[in-house]
Design a protein around this ligand. Structure first.
Ligand code: TXA
Ligand code: MG
Length: 353
């Protein structure tokens, strides 16, 4: 079976297709849909069989819990035990939006959806198409990113089709997403709220509302024996087929080093891939060079990261080298994804960043 593809935007909803998509979900089928972060692979969150289908379609380990997407605040009570006051503050500030919060789950949420955990991740997306679909489906849509497990998350409907076109019932094409990296996850099941995954909403933005907030230790020292608390963060993710390394240091030293790798590859009659920025693009005369965005507009780097990683899978490159992107606001989220894609291979060159 090939997924049916329907196109629409939030300003121009296809009500008919939304109603059909809602029916598919209510009957236990799977529908991929756009959100402001990445495309999601939706199933009925309260139906254990739907969650099982999601894991199967993605090839995802079933101990890796799903996020439940809601479309209004009143839906929250049914799926969680309680909502701490601080979480309400965050909801007021950032919902609907690219924020996921984790609470103790209620009995209504099947263990299949939470990967066997007593807690549940909840997100209230701002995308209008997502909201319409969630309402049509009865209010609770479980959705991981709509990629095959281990591949970069999808930022267009074409990416979804590439990975899951044969495994699901429908794909709603709402065009390219806005942000391009998955939501920030904050865990409220501990005394002090903990960031389990960095995203568009930065640690500083969270601190401004919450005061005290920690980063999960497994994120800070990913090479150590401490596992991240979000089960999904322990897997090697987003990985392109060619081996990816990050080259870090002063711009001058970074471009020189990458150009040396490019020359060495040419001498072996191979080509390397290079992830550059608008600011450095013209400094690389060899290799297949892709511009990820501008350091002056860091949102562009976040927006294009997964697309660039996917594009390299279509190219004949022996390895890929990327500059590092410790940009002021989204740098933490961008580097978290890039480091995972690179399996934490970093080449330090002379000089500091
Ligand atoms: O932006 C997003 O969050 C996208 C869109 C589709 O909403 N969704 C997404 O879902 O990124 P997924 O499944 O690819 O990533 C969810 C992450 C995983 O790392 C998972 O382990 C973690 O959230 N997670 C979910 N429930 C959890 C829980 N109860 N406790 C700890 N981690 C949890
Ligand atoms: Mg994912």
């Amino acid at each position: 079976m090939r997924a049916e593809i329907v196109s629409m935007t939030a300003d121009n909803l296809d009500e008919n297709a939304i109603a059909r998509a809602g029916e598919i979900l209510k009957k236990g089928g799977l529908v991929a849909f756009p959100t402001e972060t990445v495309y999601g692979l939706g199933g009925d969150a309260l139906n254990p069989l739907s969650s099982k289908k999601i894991y199967a379609a993605k090839g995802r380990p079933s101990d890796n819990p799903l996020i439940i997407h809601i479309a209004d605040m009143d839906s929250l009570d049914r799926i969680v035990k309680e909502v701490p006051e601080k979480a309400m503050l965050l909801a007021e500030k950032f919902w609907p939006g690219p924020l996921t919060m984790i609470f103790q789950k209620s009995d209504q949420v099947p263990m299949e959806t939470t990967g066997g955990l007593d807690s549940v991740a909840v997100r209230f997306p701002s995308d209008g198409v997502a909201a319409a679909l969630i309402r049509a489906a009865g209010g609770y849509v479980a959705a991981p990113s709509a990629n095959t497990s281990g591949r970069p998350s999808p930022t267009t409907a074409e990416h979804v089709e590439e990975d899951l076109g044969d495994a699901i019932d429908m794909i709603i094409d709402g065009g390219a997403v806005g942000i391009g990296l998955e939501s920030t996850i904050v865990d409220f099941t501990e005394e002090v709220p903990v960031v389990l995954r960095p995203g568009y909403i930065s640690l500083e933005m969270l601190k401004a509302v919450l005061g005290e907030v920690r980063m999960d230790k497994g994120l800070i020292s990913p090479d150590s024996k401490i596992h991240p608390k979000a089960p999904g963060m322990k897997y090697r993710h987003y990985a392109p087929k060619a081996e990816l390394s990050i080259v870090e240091g002063e711009t001058e030293a970074v471009t020189e080093a990458i150009n040396r790798f490019a020359l060495a590859a040419e001498e072996r009659e191979e080509q390397i891939g290079i992830i550059a920025t608008e600011e450095t693009f013209s400094r690389y005369p060899r290799g297949i060079v892709k511009c990820i965005g501008s350091r002056e507009e860091e949102e562009t780097i976040a927006h294009n990261l997964y697309e660039v990683l996917r594009e390299f899978d279509q190219c004949q490159v022996s390895e890929i080298y990327s500059e590092a992107f410790y940009t002021p606001r989204m740098g933490q989220a961008i580097m978290n994804r890039l480091l995972k894609a690179a399996g934490h291979k970093i080449i330090h060159v002379q000089g500091e960043k």
